[in-house]
Design a protein around this ligand. Structure first.
Ligand SMILES: *Cc1c(COP(=O)(O)O)cnc(C)c1O
Length: 410
C-alpha cells in the first residue's frame, strides 16, 4: 500500500512545486478540473484591471497602437506556438475552438478539391463533429463526415479523404492518438491533418512542426489557464498559409484593413485567419496564463502528469478494488493528462466529492473525470482525493438525495 508519507515526499522533491503559489487556490480545496477550466493565476486580476483602467480608461482608442492591442492575436499566438512546437508566424489567438474548427475544416476541404470526406473518430468532442455537420449542410452536401472508432483511424484514411480531423486526447477517457503516425498516414493518402489540441496544449509537449502537422486548433481556458470562455487559437503550417482562403473573411484578416476597400483580399501569412476585432480583456487574461506555462519546463510538466496519473490509478486499484472501472489508459504513451473512472452512480459520486472539497467533473453516461494539471496539483492532493473517495464509497454518502439532482452543467 502506498502511504500518505511516501506521497508527501514526492511533493518535497517536486521541481514544479513552487508554481502552485502562482495561482489563487484555497488550500483546503483539491481542484481536479483544470482540464475543463484552468485555475486563476494570481497576476491575472491586476493585469486585467490595468488593461481596463489604464489602457482602456485613460489611453482609450490610442491603445490599439500604443499598447499593441492590434498585435495581440499574433503575439499571444506566437507564445502559444512555443508550447505546441510551432515556429513563430504560424499560430493566431482568435475566436472559439468551435469556430476555429469550422474555419480550418473549410480551408482543408478547399485545399483538396475533388475530395469531400472528413474522417474523425467517435470519441471526438461533439462540437467538432457538429461544426462539420453544419459545413455539410451549408455546402449542400459538399462534405461527408465519416466516423470510425479511434483505433481504426489509420485504416479509414483513403484517397477519397480530404481532411483527417481528430482531437489528440479523448476528452472522456484520456486516450491519446499517435500524432506522428496518424499525420504520416494522412499525408500518405494526400489528405490534410487537422488536430484539436484542447486537451494537449499546456498539458504536455506537442511537436506540430516536427510531425509535419498541417492545421490545428486548441482551447484557451483549459490547460492554458486563460479564464472562462478565453479565446482559442489556430495553427496553419507555413507551407499552406498562402493557399488558405478563409471562409470567415473578416476585415482584420484583410491585406489592408484600414484601406477599407470594398473587396476582400486576404492578408499574407497567418494573419488572414483572424476574422474580427480581438476581445482585448479576454486576451490579456489568457496571456497571463500562457506566460506562466512558458516559465515552466514542459517535459517536467509531462513527467509529473504521468507520475500523478500512475499514482492515482495505483491508489484506486489498491483501495477501491472492483468498485470502479478504469477507462484511462495505464500506458502513459497512450494517455493525456487525466484519470477517468466509471461507475453507474458517477454523477452522484462526483457531487459527493464536490461537497467533500474535491472538484472533478462528470461526463455522461458514467465517467468520473479527474484532470491533472501539474503546475498546481500536488501528489498529496491525489492521495487525499482518493482517500475522500474511499470514505464516500464506504459511508455511501453519495446516495443522499441532494447528490442525485442534475445541474445544467456537469
Ligand atoms: C473543450 C473543447 C472544445 C470547446 O469548444 P468551444 O468552442 O470553446 O466551446 C472543443 N473541442 C474539444 C475537443 C474540446 O475539448
Amino acid at each position: 500500500m502506498v502511504t500518505r508519507a511516501e506521497v508527501l515526499a514526492l511533493d518535497q522533491a517536486d521541481q514544479l512545486a513552487g508554481f502552485r503559489d502562482r495561482f489563487v487556490l484555497d488550500d483546503g480545496l483539491i481542484y481536479l478540473d483544470g482540464n475543463s477550466l484552468g485555475a486563476l493565476p494570481k497576476h491575472t486580476a491586476a493585469r486585467v484591471a490595468d488593461v481596463v483602467s489604464r489602457e482602456w480608461g485613460r489611453d482609450l482608442i490610442t491603445s490599439w497602437n500604443r499598447n499593441d492591442w492590434i498585435g495581440m492575436p499574433t503575439r499571444i499566438g506566437d507564445k502559444i506556438g512555443r508550447l505546441i512546437g510551432a515556429a513563430p508566424g504560424q499560430v493566431v489567438c482568435s475566436d472559439s475552438t468551435s469556430i476555429n474548427v469550422f474555419k480550418l475544416a473549410a480551408a482543408a476541404l478547399a485545399l483538396r478539391p475533388g475530395r469531400r470526406v472528413v474522417v474523425s473518430d467517435r470519441g471526438n468532442f461533439p462540437t467538432d463533429l457538429y461544426m462539420i455537420q453544419g459545413l455539410a449542410e451549408l455546402t449542400g452536401g459538399g462534405v461527408e463526415l465519416r466516423l470510425v472508432d479511434e483505433t481504426e483511424v489509420s485504416a479509414a484514411i483513403t484517397e477519397e479523404v480530404a481532411c483527417v480531423m481528430l482531437t489528440e486526447v479523448n476528452y472522456r477517457t484520456g486516450w491519446r492518438h499517435d500524432m506522428a503516425a496518424v499525420t504520416a498516414a494522412t499525408h500518405a493518402a494526400g489528405a490534410i491533418s487537422l488536430w484539436d489540441l484542447a486537451h494537449s496544449a499546456g498539458a504536455f509537449p506537442v511537436a506540430l512542426d516536427a510531425v509535419g502537422a498541417d492545421l490545428a486548433v486548441g482551447c484557451g481556458y483549459k490547460y492554458l489557464n486563460g479564464g472562462p470562455g478565453a479565446p482559442a487559437f489556430l495553427y496553419v503550417a507555413q507551407r499552406h498559409q498562402d493557399s488558405i482562403r478563409p471562409p470567415l473573411s473578416g476585415w482584420l484578416g484583410h491585406d489592408a484593413p484600414f484601406a477599407f476597400d470594398l473587396g476582400y483580399r486576404p492578408a499574407a501569412g497567418i494573419q488572414r485567419n483572424v476574422c474580427g476585432t480581438p476581445p482585448v480583456l479576454s486576451m490579456a487574461a489568457l496571456e497571463c496564463g500562457v506566460d506562466i506555462l512558458l516559465e515552466a519546463d514542459l517535459d517536467a510538466i509531462r513527467a509529473k502528469s504521468v507520475a500523478l496519473a500512475d499514482l492515482f490509478h495505483t491508489l484506486v486499484e489498491e483501495r477501491l478494488p472492483g468498485t470502479f472501472g478504469i477507462v484511462s489508459p495505464r500506458d502513459a504513451a497512450r494517455r493525456g493528462s487525466q484519470v477517468c473512472l466509471t461507475h453507474e452512480a458517477g454523477y452522484a459520486i462526483v457531487q459527493a466529492l464536490i461537497a467533500a472539497r474535491v472538484i472533478p467533473d462528470f461526463r455522461a453516461p458514467n465517467i468520473l473525470r479527474f484532470g491533472l494539471t501539474p503546475l498546481y496539483v500536488r501528489f498529496g492532493d491525489v492521495w487525499d482525493a482518493v482517500d475522500r473517495l474511499v470514505t464516500i464509497m464506504e459511508t455511501k454518502t453519495w446516495q443522499q438525495p441532494e447528490f442525485q439532482v442534475r445541474a445544467k452543467v456537469t
